[in-house]
Design a protein around this ligand. Structure first.
Ligand code: NAD
Ligand code: TYD
Length: 343
């Protein structure tokens, strides 16, 4: 099969490319990535010369470029990871989120219709469900939970999900959607909580925790997410949505403390700063459907996954030190410079 993977030079997309090439060497992977600040070709270097891997630098919003690729590659499956993915950036500049996450999705689906793709899979997020209150630990997001977004990021992802369902119903496009909880693991861009805290701790810089750090996220090791998507595109039911998560809820402050402990750094590095605007309180996925229908279960326990992740960042310093030495410095100064210390 020919599988187009968009956003394959980013965090989850690259982990998915590696999984597919390892587990399904009979398939061809065609990666499309615009190489925004979040895409890194160095990540894909180990697979670049493989005969069953091809890379295109292109924007999913560019109809002409997409048409050319679909015509040439005749994909059987399209898996769309390409997105603007950081909530804080979406608060600063929503526009690009609407372009890539909504328009880009529509262009890919138009091409999928035109070239008879057998499955279009949209990689979505649990953030489309909004948040749950901290004092109701009995509540979880199911696939029936209404979409109720908070940030420009999550709104753009929800907009894309609605469009995917519309293309399925109106045009009969064979679609599936997955909505996963927060991922962690190798190759995550150091703007996100876990790699940012690892990088800052290693440099003995302050660790900026938003507000009291009591917000809850449901963390899943990236490879478990990729395995779930692999199952959905091969065995999932067309037209369905699948939630993905491993019942691993943690308060942000506890994650930060675990990282400091693992690295042998003092908790005095923690600095509570101005909270994120519209900050979602708690995310928690009920993964019963994907377990019952496809037999998926997470394999990596958080206590092991976080150790593996920290070790990866220690062993691959050149990968992220390169990133944080460039434009990232301006991003950091602008984003965190205006935050005030609140304790
Ligand atoms: P990322 O920001 O690390 O990577 C995004 C990739 O998409 C980058 O390689 C970037 O260059 C590429 N890209 C961006 N705009 C593009 C465009 N217009 N055309 C082509 N390529 C473009 O993101 P990630 O964390 O790997 O997330 C991947 C997907 O998974 C996203 O759709 C995101 O919404 C979803 N998701 C992420 C998480 C998480 O915890 N990171 C959880 C659930 C769902
Ligand atoms: P993040 O990794 O940006 O993922 P998301 O917002 O999509 O869940 O953030 C995870 C949590 O960590 C979120 O509650 C915000 C918080 N956070 C901080 O406290 N400090 C930071 O510097 C960052 C980046 C995030």
């Amino acid at each position: 099969m020919n599988i187009i993977v968009t956003g394959g030079a980013g965090f989850i997309g690259s982990n998915f490319v590696f999984l597919e090439l390892r587990e399904h060497p009979e398939d061809r992977i065609i990666c499309i990535d615009k190489l925004t600040y979040a895409g890194n070709l160095k990540t894909l270097k180990p697979v670049m010369d493989k005969p069953n891997f091809k890379f295109y630098k292109a924007d999913i919003c560019d109809k002409t470029a997409m048409e050319e690729i679909f015509k040439t590659e005749k994909p059987d499956i399209v898996v769309n990871f390409a997105a603007e993915s950081h909530v804080d950036r979406s608060i600063e500049n929503p526009q690009i989120f609407l372009e890539t996450n909504i328009i880009g999705t529509s262009v890919l689906m138009d091409m999928s219709r035109k070239y008879g793709v057998k499955r279009y899979h949209q990689v979505s997020t649990d953030e489309v469900y909004g948040d749950l209150p901290l004092d109701r630990p009995d509540l979880f997001f199911t696939e029936e939970t209404p979409l109720h977004t908070s940030s420009p990021y999550s709104s753009s992802k929800a907009g894309a999900d609605l469009l995917v369902n519309a293309y399925h119903r109106t045009y009969g496009l064979p679609t599936t959607i997955s909505r996963c909880s927060n991922n962690y693991g190798p190759y995550q861009f150091p703007e996100k909580l876990i790699p940012l805290m690892i990088a800052n701790a290693l440099a003995d810089k302050k660790l900026p925790v938003y507000g009291a750090g009591q917000n809850v996220r449901d963390w899943l090791y990236v490879e478990d997410h990729c395995k779930a998507i692999d199952l959905i595109i091969r065995k999932g039911t067309v037209g369905e949505v699948y939630n993905i998560g491993g019942h691993n809820e943690m308060h942000n402050i506890d994650i930060v403390k675990i990282i400091l402990k693992e690295l042998g750094k003092p908790e005095s590095l923690i600095e509570h700063v101005t909270d994120r605007a519209g900050h979602d309180q708690r995310y928690a996925i009920d993964p019963a459907k994907i377990h019952a229908e496809l037999g998926w279960l997470p394999e990596t326990m958080f206590k092991d996954g976080i150790k593996k992740t920290i070790k990866w960042y220690l062993d691959n310093k050149e990968w992220w030190e390169d990133i944080i030495s460039g434009d990232y410095q301006n991003y950091y100064a602008e984003m965190y410079g205006k935050k005030e210390v609140i304790d």
